[in-house]
Design a binder for this molecule. Sequence first.
Ligand SMILES: NC(=O)c1ccc[n+]([C@@H]2O[C@H](COP(=O)([O-])OP(=O)(O)OC[C@H]3O[C@@H](n4cnc5c(N)ncnc54)[C@H](O)[C@@H]3O)[C@@H](O)[C@H]2O)c1
Length: 635
Amino acid sequence: MKKIGVIGAGSWGTALAITLSNKGHQVVIWDLDQKHLAALTNDRENKRYLPGVGFGENLNTVPTVEEALKDADVALFSVPAQHFRSAFTGALPYLSDSTLIVNVAKGIEQKSLQRMSEIAFDIKPDAKYVVLSGPSHAEEVCKAMPTTVCVVSRDKKLAEEAQDIFMTERFRVYTGDDIIGTELGGSLKNIIALGAGISDGMGFGDNAKAALMTRGLAEITRLGVALGADPMTFLGLTGVGDLIVTCTSMHSRNRRCGIMIGEGTDPKEATEKVGMVVEGYFTTEAAYGLAQKTGVEMPITEAMYDLINGNIGAREAEEMLMGRDRKHEEDKKFHIQTMGCQMNERDSETLAGMLTGLGYSKTENRQEADVAIINTCSVRDNADKRFFGTLGQLKKIKEQRPDFVVCVCGCMMQQQHIIDRIKAKYPWVDIIFGTHNIHEFPQLLKSVTEEKQKIVDVWDEAGDIIEGMPSKRLYKFKAFVNIMYGCNNFCTYCIVPYTRGRERSRHPEDIMAEVADLVSDGVREITLLGQNVNSYKGMGENGQADFADLIYMLQEVDGLERIRFMTSHPKDLSDKLIQAYRDCSKLCRNIHLPVQSGSDDVLKRMNRHYDRKNIWNLWKNCAEQCRIYRSRRIS
Ligand SMILES: NC(=O)c1ccc[n+]([C@@H]2O[C@H](COP(=O)([O-])OP(=O)(O)OC[C@H]3O[C@@H](n4cnc5c(N)ncnc54)[C@H](O)[C@@H]3O)[C@@H](O)[C@H]2O)c1
């Protein structure tokens, strides 16, 4: 049996403390509200939230957080989501490295738009973190009524450990590994429950509620998938299971709050009247922020946001939702074919993120796609033959389905003669856009689908770097991270400076924030991308950082295990970067130096800015500093 410290003695913390102590664990419970805590100590019952259910001998209150967590095997956090950061920070000094951390708060932090696990890993990167979620009302759990939940962790063993600790005959616990989906499912269903309550309060029937729940699940899934969740999670206990219980039960405070709003009470007043935390109220604000950031279409969340902010009334919200454009219920599908390098693969991840946000899902079969994108490359051999061959194949689909949208983008589109050829010979292409205006794609697609016109929108010059674009990453444990764009080298044979523009570096803080997010989602290896990564120069809060500085910063990211980067130009391989190889254990011990030629004359004609002697000196320096004796490839 375990020693368990519960932080937060609201209804859920108390119900779980009762369940765990009745199973035989030694449980202590603490709450920030000292008056409430004194009442619990005195009454040995939570009269405020769960009257009539007494504490057994294994459940006791303690006066401080330190006493709650001293020697605890498990720290169970059950505080409102907006208070999780402060509760976790306050608990940190008393958490040992072996303490299993179980969090049950369901919400997204308003200020940072972070999920609870992101906050926990920010504060304690090595946290043994598990989230417990699912359809579970405290009022039923404390009376040992049959309930099923999921414990979810990126480490299977931790989830199984939690399963053993919590499982009883009447409290059935499943395990899972999709933290993003679980946390989003548990948080976002509260917004829909508010809406379901409003619908009930306005006197609407079961049809309206079923519509809200079903379309609510669709928009929750869209946002979840855009943020990296597994869509199947939303069909399980922590998704649709929790949504059903919250939207239909009188135990749901979100629904109760909604009913009051639907009956005409001011939203703020309604949350105060409920008397307990109405998570949906706060989560609406955060989810709206995430929808804006990712470009995901979330009409119910948007209507709820306007409603609780007093911009519209319940009747207008209903009109807004019912009066939307006609739609096909099933999600539309997209297919992307990527030609070329990792930069193009990364751009395709961004395009996939945008399309997911617009409600499209990915298909590997172009025949069933509603939108097909070919992301082209102008460097690789045979690329244009392959590209025009593929374009030819799309003609047939377009003839059969005139609504099928054909889009072409990438480096080839930065060349006018290619655009002219497409316009003359491939009139079934709907959208041509370039490498500098990917962020405009949702708008371009909207114009084409709504106004049925063809668009050519290719920028000659690169604009500012756009941060925060959505992304649907290709891999779970490794990720591409752009650090810079463009190239200033003008090698005689290379088109890249013309198709990708001049060098622009991202701010180091933006790169570090992206990497921190990736790591908290389970990524362990990153590949830094740029046409010429080692000429990176990013202006940060502490002045300018070069590529080596960036590597040293990334070395410090807890949880990140490997750093790789793309081919680097030999002229930009600085002594400082070679020293970074020596010092930074996470930087993979290989380097690709495209020497290109052994002839000084050829190198000069290639405009490479180095000669044989430079290369040998570089090589000697590498070998001396890092004891690298073998390169993978000298080409
Ligand atoms: N009630 C349920 O049935 C249920 C079920 C599943 C999940 N949840 C989730 O669990 C979380 C807690 O819900 P609840 O129903 O217990 O809320 P509640 O409003 O009943 O109680 C929250 C308690 O947390 C305490 N608290 C606030 N900040 C604190 C801090 N920094 N340190 C310690 N205590 C603090 C408050 O004093 C209060 O007693 C919410 O995110 C909720 O969505 C609730």
